[in-house]
Every structure is written in structure tokens, then in C-alpha cells.
Ligand binder design. Structure first.
Ligand code: CA
Ligand code: CA
Length: 100
């Protein structure tokens, strides 16, 4: 999965720096990168991206604290989600093109 992630990962170490992420998401800001970077090591792993997508899937009983955080950064997250889904969407469409 995550073919675009691998494309962005220029040094193939399984983590994206902000510059690597920007190679596929030119509009990505440092602030958005920080939100995705759950362990604050300045690198994005595929697991961190997946966790972001999972966390922002339609709510299935989120806690109140989490709902509050989502409310305060809702706009930023929705923009970012579009970008992340664009990443995975590119992968899907490249797969479809390759299939007969
Ligand atoms: Ca890398
Ligand atoms: Ca990280």
C-alpha cells in the first residue's frame, strides 16, 4: 500500500521529512506536518498517516476531550485529510491504470 508514500520517501528510510512529504504534497505546511507527526520526531511514518486517517474516520464514540481537539482544529484537519486522501487516492488510481 502507500505507493505515493514510497515515492515521496526519497532516501527510502521508511520515514518522510517535511521536504520529502512536500514532494508529493507541495501545499503541506509545517503546522500540518506537526499534527501528523504523532511522536514529534520530525519524521512521518506510514503508521502515523494511517493513524491520522483512522482517528478522523466517522466517529464511533470518541471521547469528549478528543471531540474538543477536533473542534478547535477541524478546518485544518479537513484540509489535511483531503491531502492525505489525495495521497492514497493517487495510489488507487495508479493501480487502476496498471490493471487490464
Ligand atoms: Ca525518508
Ligand atoms: Ca513521527
Amino acid at each position: 500500500m502507500w505507493a505515493e508514500f514510497n515515492t515521496a520517501d526519497a532516501d527510502a528510510n521508511g520515514r518522510l521529512t517535511l521536504l520529502e512529504a512536500r514532494s508529493v504534497l507541495p501545499a503541506l505546511t509545517a503546522g500540518q506536518f506537526d499534527i501528523l507527526d504523532l511522536d514529534n520526531d520530525a519524521l512521518l511514518s506510514a503508521a502515523e498517516l494511517q493513524e491520522f486517517i483512522d482517528d478522523n474516520a466517522p466517529p464511533t464514540g470518541c471521547g469528549a476531550a478528543k471531540a474538543y481537539v477536533h473542534q478547535s482544529i477541524e478546518k485544518l484537519l479537513s484540509d489535511l485529510l483531503l491531502a492525505v486522501f489525495a495521497l492514497s487516492g493517487l495510489y488507487v488510481s495508479s493501480r487502476l491504470r496498471r490493471n487490464p
